[in-house]
Structures are given as C-alpha cells and as structure tokens.
Design a protein around this ligand. Sequence first.
Ligand code: ARG
Length: 457
Amino acid sequence: MKPWGGRFRQAPDPTAERFTASLAVDRRLWPHDLIASEAWARALGRAGVLSAAECAEILRGLGEVRQELEAGAFPFRPELEDIHTNIERRLQEKVGAVAGKLHTGRSRNDQIAVDERLYLKDAVVRIRRGLAEVQSALIDRAAEMLDAPMPGYTHLQRAQPVLLAHHLLAYVCMLARDRERLEACRARADVLPLGSGALAGTAFPIDREALARDLGFREVSTNSLDAVSDRDFLIEFLAAAAVIGMHGSRLAADLTLWATAEFGFVEFSDAFATGSSIMPQKKNPDAAELIRGKSGRLCGNLVALLTTMKGLPLAYNSDMQEDKAPFFDSVDTLEAMVGVLPPLLRSLAFDTRRMREAAAAGFSTATDLADYLVRKGLPFRQAHEIVGQIVRHALDAGKGLEELALDDLRRFSALFEKDAFDAVSLEASLRAHAVTGGTAPAAVREALVSARRLAAE
Ligand code: ARG
C-alpha cells in the first residue's frame, strides 16, 4: 500500500515503480531522516498536535527503528520508494496507527530538504578535516626539504628557480581557500526548511524557531516555496567540490609529470603505484592518476545538478530527486581523495639533487642578470634586450650563463662587473625574491609558519 493509495484505482506499473524508486541512493540518509523525524515528533508534541503519550510512543518506535538500522537489520523495501516511506512504514509496524500522526503538517518535500542539509553539514566537517590533513602532509614535506631548489615553470618551460617547499606550499594555499569555501557552504546550508510542508507552509502551530534549535540550525527559512525547491546549497557544495577536485588534479598532474624518467624529480613508493600486466619494468602512479581522473566526475556532478535544476518551475518537482546521486558521489569522491593524499604525499621520495641540477640549468637565472643591470641604473626593457642577446650568444656557443667570461658579458654592456656572476647563481636568485609570498628561503620559512597556523585552524 502506497501512502497516497486513497485516490488511486490502479496499482503502479512495476517498471514505473522501479524507475521512480530512489531507495538505493537515498537510504544512506537514514540517520538524518531519523533525527529530523524525532525532532518533528517533539515539535508536534509542543504544538499540542500529539499528546505527550503519542509523542512518547512515536519516539519509542523511532528508537526501535534506529536500533534496527544501526544493527543492519532494517528490512529495506524498494517498493516503498524512498527512505522516508521505508522508515515511516516500519514505525507503523512497531507502534501501529499512531505512526500515521508523525507526518502531520509535514511533506516529504520539506523532509528531504532538511535531511540533505543535515547530511551536508556533517559531510563538510569531515571533508574540511580531511583537507587539513592534506595540508599538514604538504607542510611537513616542505619543512623537511626547506632549502631544496627546483625549476619553476611557466608554459611548462623552465622559468625561474623556486624552492620545492614553495611549490608545495602553493597547494596549501589552494586548500585553505577550499576549506573556506566549504565553511561558507555549511553556513548557507544552516537554514531549517522543515515546517514548509509540501510548499505552502504547515497549517499546524509549529514553533519553527524551537525546531531549528532542536536540530541545530542557525535560523529558519522565510519562504516555504523557496525552502522546498532550493538546492543552491547542494550546487554550491558541488561547485566547491569541483574546485577541490581541480586542485587535487593539478597536484596529481605535477607529481605524475615529476615521476617520469624525463623529469626524475620524484619516485612514488611501491605502496602507491601499480605495475603493468604486460611490461615487467613498469611502475605506474595510479593513485595520483586517479585523483586527476576522478576530478572529472566532480566537475560533471556540478553540471548535472545545475542542468537538472535550471528549467524547473516552482516549487518541488520530482526531477529534484536526481540531486542525491551527484551529491553523494561528490561527497564519496572527495572523502576518498582527501583520504589517499596524506599517506601518498608522505611516501614520496624526492630527488632533490636532480631537482637542483635542473633548477640551475636552462638559463633559469637570466631574469636575475637583467635585474643586475637594472640595479646599475638601466631601464628594465633595455636590460631584457641585452640579456636576451647574451642568452642567444651562449646558446650558439653551447654554454650556460655561468660559463661565460666577464669579457663576453662586457661585449653586450659595460655595466657588467665581476659580481655579475654572483647574481646568476641559484642561491642568489632564490635569496633575491624576498618579498612576502616570494620564494626566498627566509620568505618561505615565514610562509611555512603561517601555513601551519592555517592548517591547524
Ligand atoms: N524521494 C524524494 C526526493 O528525493 C523525496 C521527496 C518526494 N516528494 C514527492 N512529492 N514525490 O526528492
């Protein structure tokens, strides 16, 4: 029997019943559905809709249902469509007809909205904690190799030397913004929709403020139509999740590139790599590749829900039932990602000698040589032109900058003196970039201190 049986003459077609059922996806909402139902029963009690005895009886029954769910002994029935109906039917089996009073003034429309908000608030706390763990792993690795230089890249061409720690801390900054974004999601989801009924609000004197306090919501929704048809909080979460995925993907892209024989900057531990079924020599950075790969579904989930929502007239529409698969998938994907990253990062073996060699090669300090001329008074554009000619000359001669003689340099500008060679050393280049946010060892030391503070917040 359906909860709406009264006006129907025909039983549902089994294909339609299977097609519209959402239990397989929404059953994980049971803890939140129970919490919300218990609070709703208390609110009905306070409003005088339920007598004290009825309220107690319903709460007792819900307690039994909870025990079954916790024990994994709950008889899930897909033909009852969703988790809400499953729980209500089970309650009826426990306490009889009084169970039918629980849904007074409530609709599955405000019920699902409150369940999802409760679920989101919990998930955000877990994911933010996971992100902090990733930050800590990055920070620890940075601290461990504080003075190791590497080539910094633009256009994936060697650009200027940076510290490996500086590169790693860039991701800590990205993840700090991600944590802020998630906190903003949580705050915006912290509004109680329950009491909005199907769409018009409830017709019973429910104290929604008290209900909000009971369920730990900061405030109550102020428009019932909006409250039951709003999925902005999910879309914002999916957007934040897509950005986190993109960040994880970029980190994974760096690491997989660095792990190639061509770069040779890092080696994955065997524990985070796989082999090939045909090529015996292979060691593939699978976990990192899949962090990169799974970012695609995080992006897709956002687009999926936006697309589902964009054409819907107010208020609730069944289309909205499709919100949960992308939502839960993004939660699961993010949790898996932030779970694997800390141990993966901690197990990486960096080849700092090779990184240093690469940092020194490829004219990476040419900009420092131009800066040298600027300090002697030359306008930067002229200095750039002169050093460009010197690089051209050195390339033709098959030499690096540091292998040129002072006389070679002086053919291009009389401003060069012996100390020009100091300016093109790796250490001097790094030291020179001493602004806040720069890659100078002193600046990175300071950044490390604030990064630790950030991660601990
Ligand atoms: N399973 C539904 C969902 O996930 C719950 C709300 C259903 N409301 C309705 N009138 N069919 O959105």
